[in-house]
Write a protein that binds this ligand. Structure first.
Ligand SMILES: [Zn+2]
Ligand SMILES: [Zn+2]
Length: 351
């Protein structure tokens, strides 16, 4: 019997809202599985598939179903999936990458997260804002049986992005890490990874709403600075609270002001890791004066996702999840655009 699929579909130009459609679920093709999606997270990346910008192609791929943080069950396996180690009934995750080229410099360096020919879930092929999706088995993520599936959703994109950026700095425990944009989907997980997996002291920076400080402190930060209240004394305030400056700076917010300030409160030979890149640039003067290292980090590899999920399974991170209704998807994406979310929005798909 054909399976009915409820899907949020983008059909028009960028910035047009989703249409909810009832359609038939597809059959898994070569190397694919059919997954019944149980939970789907909403990420800043989903703004690009609907509204354009960022990594979205100049001409939108339409029609398309967005979403790239999904947890579900394998309902059916297509042909040539026998070597995948997956079986019907397994719980799996679907994340940002649906396919990589296996041939570019990045892929050959085992950095498939930087593959420039990657196929992105919800941007180039149908994603997780639907009850059934067909997906390549090579990029399915096995989900440990002992983790909460709603909590696992945000780990697949926000969590792994924060984890990978921190891990790339190979931080020494006990040092100070400043996290900019700390109250958001990535930030609230970054605070927990930094504290509980890397043993760092965390100074969280965010602003605009006093509730953000309470939230960051609940997530475990040692110090908090509101960039609005601090104004031009931000760098001085951070240096005071960290007794000399940040050893590591993780910039999650694509804000030029954040990059302008980072070099000012970084300690000598500190590392600055850019995640929220946007169209930002980095002033060179502080690099010269303090011998700073500046790098950028992009999502994470499949192996990084498994490591981040392991931190979840060990209870070292606990995503803060707000459940939202599937039929309010556009409103939820608007809230992400406006920064009006503490933690992560997740939808229950299977009813
Ligand atoms: Zn994402
Ligand atoms: Zn590649």
């Amino acid at each position: 019997m054909a399976t009915r699929n409820t899907a949020a579909v983008l059909t028009g130009p960028y910035k047009e809202p989703y249409t909810i459609r009832e359609q038939l679920a597809g059959d898994p093709g070569l190397n694919e599985a059919l997954i019944q999606i149980e939970f789907a997270g909403i990420c800043h990346g989903d703004v690009y598939s609907r509204d354009g910008g960022g990594p979205a192609p100049a001409t939108p791929v339409r029609p398309i179903v967005g979403g790239h943080e999904g947890i579900g069950k394998i309902m059916k396996l297509g042909v040539r999936t026998g070597n995948s180690n997956f079986s019907v009934g397994d719980t799996v995750g679907i994340a940002w990458r649906a396919a990589t080229c296996h041939a570019c410099d990045a892929c050959l360096a085992a950095a498939e997260n930087r593959c420039r020919k990657q196929e992105v879930t919800g941007l180039h092929r149908n994603g997780t804002f639907q009850t059934y999706v067909t997906f390549p088995v090579d990029n399915l993520i096995p989900i440990p049986s002992n983790v909460d599936r709603t909590a696992a959703c945000p780990i697949l994109c926000a969590g792994v992005t924060s984890y990978t950026a921190l891990a790339a700095m190979a931080p020494s425990p006990g040092k100070w890490c400043v996290i900019v944009g700390a109250a958001g989907g990535l930030g609230h997980l970054a605070i927990q990874f930094a504290k509980n997996c890397f043993g760092l002291k965390v100074l969280a920076i965010d602003g605009g709403n006093p509730a953000k400080e309470r939230f960051c402190r609940e997530m475990g930060c040692d110090e908090y600075v509101d960039f609005n209240l601090a104004g031009s004394s931000l760098a001085q305030r951070v240096c005071e609270l960290t007794h000399g400056g940040a050893d590591y700076v993780l910039v999650l917010a694509p804000s030029q002001a954040a990059y302008n300030a980072a070099g000012d409160y970084a300690r000598f030979r500190a590392q600055i890791m850019a995640v929220g890149v946007g169209a930002c640039s980095m002033p060179l003067r502080p690099l010269l004066q303090k011998d700073l290292t500046v790098r950028a980090s992009e999502t994470g590899t499949r192996e990084d996702i498994l490591k981040a999920l392991n931190c979840l399974a060990e209870g070292k991170v606990s995503p803060c999840v707000e459940m939202v209704d599937f039929h309010s998807l556009d409103r939820a994406i608007d809230r992400v655009t406006q920064g009006d979310v503490q933690g992560r929005l997740v939808m229950e798909m299977a009813t």
